[in-house]
Design a binder for this molecule. Structure first.
Ligand SMILES: *[C@@H]1O[C@H](CO)[C@@H](O)[C@H](O)[C@H]1NC(C)=O
Ligand SMILES: *[C@@H]1O[C@H](CO)[C@@H](O)[C@H](O)[C@H]1NC(C)=O
Ligand SMILES: *[C@@H]1O[C@H](CO)[C@@H](O)[C@H](O)[C@H]1NC(C)=O
Ligand SMILES: [Cu+2]
Length: 143
């Protein structure tokens, strides 16, 4: 039982569609606003999502030698710490220097919620500056 030409063609077309579907996206957090105090990143994430596994988020912010405004990127451990901007158990993923140039790239490798926040000024950038957002990367749907 070999494949007919038509079946082969269908397979080829399907395979190329899957490849396109698997292309990883790279998104600059905040778009042209980059990563700064006061922009609503929750709304940005809502409008620009959903995100998928292996997509890349790029955080862009000037390092302290260029800008007086310092920013960073932390991952908060759970929803409660995210809602309250509690940084005590947060994990630093990019320090104040890492957002320069092409920006800091974070690949969404894990199928779990990601609670991102800026850690500067003891949580004030997160709390009052709205520098936080939530991403649950989805598995890419095949075919
Ligand atoms: C997507 O990213 C993963 C992990 O970084 C990589 O293995 C894969 O080749 C990438 N796929 C494409 C289409 O770029
Ligand atoms: C951000 O925007 C969302 C959606 O428009 C809104 O519900 C939310 O209150 C805003 N957040 C802040 C902290 O202003
Ligand atoms: C993500 O990339 C890794 C390799 O870095 C690969 O093993 C995994 O299957 C990819 N996941 C998805 C959903 O593309
Ligand atoms: Cu900040």
């Amino acid at each position: 039982m070999g494949f007919s030409y038509a079946q082969g063609l269908v397979l080829l077309v399907t395979a190329s569609m899957v490849t396109v579907g698997l292309a990883n996206l790279t998104t600059i957090v905040g778009g042209s606003e980059h990563w700064h105090y006061g922009f609503n990143y929750t709304e940005w994430a809502f409008r620009n999502g959903p995100f998928y596994l292996n997509d890349t988020l790029v955080f862009k912010y000037d390092p302290p030698n260029i800008s007086p405004f310092r920013h960073s990127v932390y991952l908060l451990p759970n929803l409660w710490s995210f809602l309250t901007c509690d940084l005590r158990k947060a994990k630093l993923v990019a320090n104040v220097n890492q957002g320069g140039g092409e920006g800091f790239k974070f690949v969404l490798k894990k199928w779990q919620p990601h609670y991102f926040a800026c850690g500067e000024h003891d949580g004030i950038h997160c709390k009052d500056g709205r520098m936080k957002f939530f991403v649950m990367p989805l598995p890419r749907c095949r075919g």
